[in-house]
Design a protein around this ligand. Sequence first.
Ligand SMILES: Cc1cc2nc3c(=O)[nH]c(=O)nc-3n(C[C@H](O)[C@H](O)[C@H](O)COP(=O)(O)O)c2cc1C
Length: 180
Amino acid sequence: MDTIECIKTRRSRRKFLDKKVTDEILEKILDSARYAPFGGPPIKDCQVWDFVVIKDKETIKELVLGYEDRDFLLKVPVVIACCADKTKDQDYKEWTITTSLAIENILLAANSLGLGACFLTTFTKHEEHSEDREKMIKILGLPDNIELIGMIALGYTDPSEILENKELRDLEEMTHYDRW
Ligand SMILES: Cc1cc2nc3c(=O)[nH]c(=O)nc-3n(C[C@H](O)[C@H](O)[C@H](O)COP(=O)(O)O)c2cc1C
């Protein structure tokens, strides 16, 4: 698939087929994360991202945490918890941005390989959900130096899913030239 087409056709998908995602496909998708940009020189130590791949149904069920709008996870074959190692990139502390760039690579790789995905917040900035965030961290067994950035639901999409029309901002309205 052409890159621009891949970017433009990516949508958050929340209805999945009962079809296994093979390790080979999963590896291809995760491999794409490694090519994201990161702060600092092009060395391994600056690559802050870490991923927890969850296929265990019980663990996925736990991660729903009773949120009705996350029930769709019960039919998702794979959830990827996207994390950052805060001990890396100590100078810039840009681990959220860096991991987010890797996350977009994953979302696009999934689309280009014919799978669907949905990014889910792990409430990094939602004070009122901080207890649930702590629960997720505990379920995943994340050590203190590892920050949970978000989750990705991944699988083969059910073609019967009806997607909401997407409004796009006008280029002219969102773009500022030379200064604001
Ligand atoms: C920061 C962020 C948090 C999100 N959290 C959730 C979420 O918790 N649950 C969910 O179903 N979708 C979540 N999404 C997906 C958005 O709802 C979706 O990307 C947005 O509506 C645009 O639609 P599209 O992805 O189909 O282009 C999140 C996306 C982002 C970037």
